[in-house]
Write a protein that binds this ligand. Structure first.
Ligand code: ZN
Length: 200
């Protein structure tokens, strides 16, 4: 029962950008990794998904807590060697990642996803994920190819932090200075570079 350390961007960018390898067989070692992923996710109340490379294991394994339209998400489901068979209905939706604590954004991802994978006992499964569950599964599969949610941001103003205002309400605070972007290891958007030049 070990909760592992989650790699954080940009400090551990190299490991988070690395491609993960196919799992040849779902054996005890893989089930052990799945257990570690579940325990790690359990330690992060706000988390609904985790990919093996986020704990430094470059094998194609992810876990997701699906909502399937319910209020509270289901216990984690493991997907080994997930492969997207069909993706449709792209829409803008909420995105965030345990490797980017405190950073959120809006990305465009499919809201219909048909995926083939092995379950944690090695059985082949084909399943359709809808709405935010599709977003979640798509986000986690991205991790296996070193793709991060900041790569799918279309406009810099779609990235934000969440703060509480004076009434205790959660409000979005968009990244607004060049330093905000530098801190997250991202290039400063051109329009902000111009702003910086003028301020000089
Ligand atoms: Zn993530």
């Amino acid at each position: 029962m070990t909760a592992r350390k989650i790699l954080i961007y940009p400090q551990e960018r190299e490991a988070l950008r690395k491609q993960s390898a196919e799992v040849p067989v779902v054996n005890r070692r893989v089930r052990h990794l799945i257990k570690d992923l579940k325990n790690t996710l359990k330690a992060h109340e706000e988390g609904i998904g985790l990919a093996a490379p986020q704990i430094g294991e470059h094998r194609r394994v992810v876990i997701v807590r699906l909502s399937e339209g319910r209020e509270s998400p289901a216990p984690p489901l493991a997907l080994v060697n997930p492969r997207v068979l069909d993706a449709a209905n792209p829409r803008r939706d909420f995105d965030g990642c345990l490797s980017f604590p405190g950073l959120y954004g809006e990305t465009v991802r499919p809201h219909y996803l048909r995926v083939a994978f092995l379950d944690e006992y090695g059985n082949p499964v084909e399943r359709v994920f809808l709405d935010f569950d599709a977003v979640l599964v798509h986000h986690e599969i991205d991790h296996l190819d070193g793709v991060l949610f900041i790569d799918r941001i279309e406009r810099p103003e779609d990235l934000y932090h969440i703060r509480e205002d004076e009434f205790g309400r959660q409000v979005r605070v968009p990244l607004s200075t060049p330093l905000d972007f530098i801190r997250w290891g991202m290039p400063v958007p051109p329009e902000m570079q111009a702003q910086q030049e003028r301020a000089r």
